[in-house]
Write a protein that binds this ligand. Structure first.
Ligand code: DGL
Length: 267
């Protein structure tokens, strides 16, 4: 085994703590890798900012990560993917796996009914989603709704409250929910709210995120790149905007997010 390569790590990058949902899925489903998680906590949220500012933030994060013995990066952020993944792939040769709203599986799961994509304003209004829908949604069965306030709720760990539910109820009011067969979580921060969505949607509406597809793609791209093999799993290393997270209270906060994701996992 090439030890130098085997020690190289897989990075997960997000504007904030939404990307933990993708890391959480990877920790459960992808053995033999060591993970680094980078949350750009100084600059979250991205989804309401200008595209050029987002590109700059992502560029800075990648410059930092490229110095951290990384062999692949998962952009665990639909917004950053929409704005910056093409530019990062031009700049770096390592595999860079992006995320986009899981429209294709949702259309298949919706049983001929409509699909609602919820995401940030930047993702909803971006060229990338427009092109995805032009390719996949000839019948115009997909609607897109921006829910930026959910990102703020997630960042302050307000996962399930009357205020969260009232916000979602108000935003979903214009939609005839019985017409829908699937809801796409097109922002990684939205995975924390699966229980509220479940309560508000008719029971046959499938809730679909991009985690499985993203981690399958990561696994494919890592084929041929050494794994740590059978070495015992090691906990992820966390960074907030380039600062290593080591304080006990901060690590406990991250644990609380991971616990929440345990509860949301099978919903
Ligand atoms: N988690 C990010 C996404 O998947 C965006 C959140 C934000 O910073 O606005 O789009």
């Amino acid at each position: 085994m090439d030890l130098a390569n085997a020690a190289a790590r897989v990075a997960f990058f997000d504007s904030g703590l939404g990307g933990l949902s993708v890391l959480h899925y990877a920790c459960r489903n992808l053995r033999g890798e060591q993970f680094v998680f980078f949350a750009d906590e100084d600059n979250v949220p991205y989804g309401t900012k200008k595209r050029e500012d987002i590109l700059h933030f992502v560029d800075e994060a990648f410059a930092f990560l490229s110095e951290q013995n990384i062999k692949a990066v998962v952009v665990a952020c639909n917004t950053a993917t929409s704005v910056a993944v093409v530019a990062m792939r031009q700049k770096y040769s390592m595999p860079i796996i992006g995320m986009e709203p899981a429209v294709k599986p949702a259309l298949l799961a919706a049983n001929g009914k409509r699909v609602l994509v919820v995401a940030t304003p930047v993702t909803v209004n971006g060229e990338k989603l427009r092109r995805l829908l032009a390719n996949l949604d000839a019948e115009r069965r997909v609607d897109a709704l921006a829910l930026p306030t959910l990102v703020a709720f997630a960042e302050r760990a307000e996962f399930s409250s009357a205020v969260v539910e009232a916000y979602l109820r108000r935003e979903l009011l214009p939609y005839k929910l019985d017409d829908y067969g699937a809801l796409v979580l097109g922002c990684t921060h939205f995975n924390y709210f699966k229980d509220s969505f479940r309560r508000l949607l008719p029971p046959d509406v499938r809730i679909i995120d991009g985690n499985e597809g993203t981690i399958n793609e990561l696994e494919r791209r890592l084929t041929g790149i050494n794994k740590r093999g059978d070495l015992p799993p090691v906990p992820p290393v966390y960074f907030y905007s380039g600062r290593r997270v080591t304080a006990d209270d901060e690590l406990r906060r991250l644990e609380q997010y991971m616990k929440r994701l345990d509860d949301m996992y099978l919903l």
